[in-house]
Design a protein around this ligand. Structure first.
Ligand SMILES: C[S@@+](CC[C@H](N)C(=O)[O-])C[C@H]1O[C@@H](n2cnc3c(N)ncnc32)[C@H](O)[C@@H]1O
Length: 215
């Protein structure tokens, strides 16, 4: 069974239930990055948005129009009924939006759970819905050397860590304009960042013609 089917079939509800009690406005590295760069998206999509917690902040702080996709039935129902957020029940490999619908697409810490055979399709879909000169935000685990680890919460599921920026940066039409690495463990006791305990926020600017020298 594919991981996306397992998440669509209930594992994503479990993620939502485990994390729903977190306080409402924890630090948000993606929102911080947008502030740092002075970016105010007009229309932002988050992929793997859970109940739209980040989307609510983006809407409030930048006055953006926001949408999300998320496999969890419970998270989507909560986002719609309680917060009136435009959230669709879907997975990253098939986005229910027209081409060039958004000027900012956030990969919201879900790539590490996605099936390896879907990565090309996921990149294709994210690129398709992002307008030219839009921004692709990659927020996920990072590892120099690709590694996979057993997912803590369910046997048979893998967490995959790699440099997800490379899904787009092979293309000269994408250029990185912002990068921050952080430590994933929240323990204050850890003094060195383990090689596979990093998360990154990277902002890539899409500009399909401008990555080429004219000769
Ligand atoms: C670690 S949580 C991140 C939630 C939120 N974006 C955040 O940053 O707090 C990963 C989310 O990705 C969702 N997810 C899992 N597989 C997915 C897939 N194939 N496509 C899209 N989202 C997926 C999970 O249901 C979960 O809500």
């Amino acid at each position: 069974m594919k991981q996306k089917e397992i998440f669509f079939g209930g594992e994503s509800d479990k993620w939502f239930e485990r994390n729903r009690s977190l306080k409402d406005s924890p630090p948000d590295l993606v929102v911080d990055a947008l502030h740092d760069m002075g970016i105010r998206p007009l229309s932002l999509l988050e992929i793997g948005a859970s109940d739209g917690r980040r989307l609510r902040r983006v809407k409030d702080e930048f006055n953006s129009s926001v949408s999300g996709i998320e496999p969890s039935e419970k998270a989507v129902a909560t986002a719609k009924s309680r917060y009136n957020i435009d959230l669709h029940r879907a997975t990253a490999d098939s986005l229910p939006f027209q081409d060039s619908s958004f000027d900012c697409v956030v990969m919201g810490f879900c790539l590490y759970l996605c099936d390896r055979g879907d990565l090309f399709r996921i990149a294709l879909e994210a690129d398709r819905v992002l307008s030219d000169q839009g921004l692709m935000v990659i927020y996920d685990f990072y590892a120099d050397t690709p590694v996979k680890k057993a997912y803590h919460h369910l046997q048979g599921i893998w967490s995959y860590k790699m440099d997800y920026r490379q899904m787009f940066l092979w293309n000269p039409g994408y250029r990185e304009i912002y990068y921050r690495a952080h430590q994933h463990s929240l323990s204050g006791l850890v003094t060195e960042v383990a090689a596979d305990d990093r998360i990154i926020v990277s902002i890539l600017e899409k500009n399909l013609e401008n990555g080429y020298m004219e000769r």
